[in-house]
Design a protein around this ligand. Sequence first.
Ligand SMILES: [Zn+2]
Length: 309
Amino acid sequence: MPVNKKKPVTFRSFKAPRYVTDKLRICRRCGRYTALGEERCGKCGSASLIPVEKQATALAGRKMHTRLLFLLLLTLGSVYFGQSLEQMVLCGAGGIVLAGLFYYTQRKVRQNENLYALNALLGKSIDKVWDGLEINRQEAVSVLRENDVLAYEKLREISILLRGDRIARQRVALLHGFQLRKDMYLELEQLLLKDFEPLLAEYIGEIAKVRPDLIKDRTLRYVKAYEVQILEMNNGVAILTGVAGAAVRLKRYALLYSGMLGRYLEDLPRDRFLRLSKMIAASPYEAWNGLDLRVAEVREAKYRWDPDF
Ligand SMILES: [Zn+2]
């Protein structure tokens, strides 16, 4: 698809959460989990969705109150069965001191208790969490025809929790229809698949143009692994040249992927080639694996009269 057929879009602002569980909410009524921002539960329709963290805190609080109540009951019992007034007073006072101490220490360890409760809650209901996320994914796919941007945004939110090739593949397919811009919230590493996918290769090529800083080790490994398949694509050489141009950002990449870079030097933009050329000149004793010789050849052929080289 030529670039001009792609749709210009704007994504809603998006901030990756600090913890993956920050995005997860549970319905207090029916117990359904969701990673989307809807107001009402998709299963029972009630507006009782709360963050899982909150639910865990409530559970931990309930547990603590039960323990405290138990302690107070024990105290009351011991007072009731006391043999003398002195014993009764002592038991009562002891119980109250204990309960106070218990309350105080519980408050101190509350943070840990909450975390523990969150862990236990998610561990216990992991199947329900997956079910909820799968329903979320289907919801996103169901709006795909009317509103592909909304579908993409939904998938982006779900994919924080739901990793895997299926969701990444769907996102790549949607991104294929959009015009990418520098100012968009774009991802790459999260979208890498296990197998070769031409749409993903094209996406990598587009990213190399607008956000070369997103091209990192994992992407370079992917491109290297499927170099042959990419070359069979119509714009394969352009994609690989773009990636090579992004890779010369860092000397580490240039060294690690020297073989691959060497194959796409001819079409490398002048500024990229100049950068690589200077990089090699600055560290002539690194293990360039012949890349230095290839660069010298291309320099001789293309930039012989260029004063910058
Ligand atoms: Zn519900």
